[in-house]
Design a protein around this ligand. Structure first.
Ligand code: ZN
Length: 147
């Protein structure tokens, strides 16, 4: 379990224990569900988009510490951002959790999840909420799965 210590950094633990934006939006403009069958993580995301800007974003669900913390960090990162920036941020985040790249600037706290790159099965936990947001924007009705 010692190897996991680096993975579960303080920020991740904090966001798992006290997830930010953990609620259901009353009238979301976009919504989608994500499922990671490998780990059993389930996350629903809710977005309120107006004039191509994410006015509000929230999530609900149950999963491992990595999936919950990543969803929480993601909502903080995306709130107030133009929709056009989501794909760019997701790409940058995906690089951070899968490759030994230098962390791109502008990712802020999202880069605390860089530790998952040493645990390939955990990458799906870390990116689940992002896949759900992408599905919500594409208005896919069925749950998006990481498999
Ligand atoms: Zn997980």
């Amino acid at each position: 379990m010692n190897d996991l210590r680096d993975l579960y950094q303080e920020v991740i633990l904090d966001h798992n224990k006290r997830p930010r934006n953990f609620r259901i939006l009353p009238q979301p403009t976009h919504q989608a569900n994500g499922l990671n069958p490998l780990c059993g993580d389930r996350i629903s995301v809710y977005l309120d988009i107006e004039d191509d800007v994410i006015r509000d974003i929230s999530f609900q669900g149950a999963g491992c510490a990595i999936s919950s913390a990543s969803a929480s960090l993601m909502t903080e990162a995306l709130k107030g951002k133009p929709v056009a920036e989501i794909e760019h941020l997701f790409d940058a985040f995906h690089d951070v959790v899968t490759t030994e790249c230098e962390c791109p600037k502008g990712l802020g706290k999202l880069s605390v999840l860089a530790g998952v790159r040493d645990y390939p099965s955990r990458v799906k936990c870390a990116t689940l909420a992002w896949h759900a947001v992408r599905a919500a924007l594409e208005e896919r009705k069925e749950a998006v799965a990481t498999e």
